[in-house]
Design a protein around this ligand. Structure first.
Ligand code: SF4
Ligand code: SF4
Ligand code: SF4
Length: 194
């Protein structure tokens, strides 16, 4: 059975709460991995699960103790984005569960993928695609700023379904057209004036 250690850094606690609230899923998690506590400080583990904001030095220490790095939640993802160029970690060691807070279903899925040696499928399309699938009315048409066009999908556009614009918690879409997005925003703002 693979060993997994959870590293908590600065964050609001929402991701930890989501994990603690897993209940039945938690039992499933215990069947998948052996959770290692802080009592085993120098123990080498298969998966280092990282939550919250961290620096390059902090993550380098963890990289020395784990085979795979599982970065979960928007805070941990943002920290990674800020340092990834100098960190130079091999892509095959990296796994993500993006979002604020993380999705427990997605976390279980990604852990399954790690255990089975497969890469989780990247969703290289914007939140707008999921939004259209759900037949939501576009919030831009109501003059609400929405980052869906430049944000990586995977959340089933859950905020828009509740009438709340996307704030981009799953991170920037690869090759996102920021220039086009700025024009859309300007046009929406102009339209609201007229
Ligand atoms: S990703 Fe969101 S829920 Fe998770 S620690 Fe950061 S702010 Fe909190
Ligand atoms: S509401 Fe947002 S996510 Fe949905 S289609 Fe409009 S811009 Fe895209
Ligand atoms: S709609 Fe946007 S802000 Fe909301 S969960 Fe999805 S990516 Fe995050």
């Amino acid at each position: 059975m693979m060993k997994m250690k959870i590293y908590h850094f600065d964050g609001c606690g929402g991701c930890q709460l989501a994990i603690m609230g897993m209940q039945h899923d938690m039992l499933q998690l215990f069947e998948l991995v052996q959770l290692i506590t802080d009592n085993h400080k120098n123990e080498q583990v298969d998966i280092g699960l990282v939550i919250g904001h961290y620096t390059e030095g902090m993550i380098k220490n963890i990289l020395g103790c784990c085979d795979k790095l599982l970065i979960i939640g928007a805070c941990a993802h943002q920290s990674y984005t800020a340092i990834h160029e100098t960190l130079g970690i091999e892509e095959e060691r990296l796994y993500f569960v993006k979002g604020c807070p993380l999705s427990v279903d997605e976390l279980i899925h990604v852990i399954h993928c790690i255990i089975n040696g497969v890469r989780p499928k990247e969703k290289n399309y914007p939140v707008c695609v999921s939004c259209k699938e759900n037949e939501n009315i576009c919030l831009l048409l109501k003059g609400m700023p929405c980052k869906g066009p430049i944000t990586q999908a995977g959340c089933h556009a859950k905020c828009i379904g509740k009438g709340v614009p996307c704030r981009g918690c799953r991170g920037l879409l690869k090759d996102a057209r920021l220039d086009v997005y700025e024009t859309i925003k300007e046009n929406v703002a102009e339209g609201m004036k007229g």
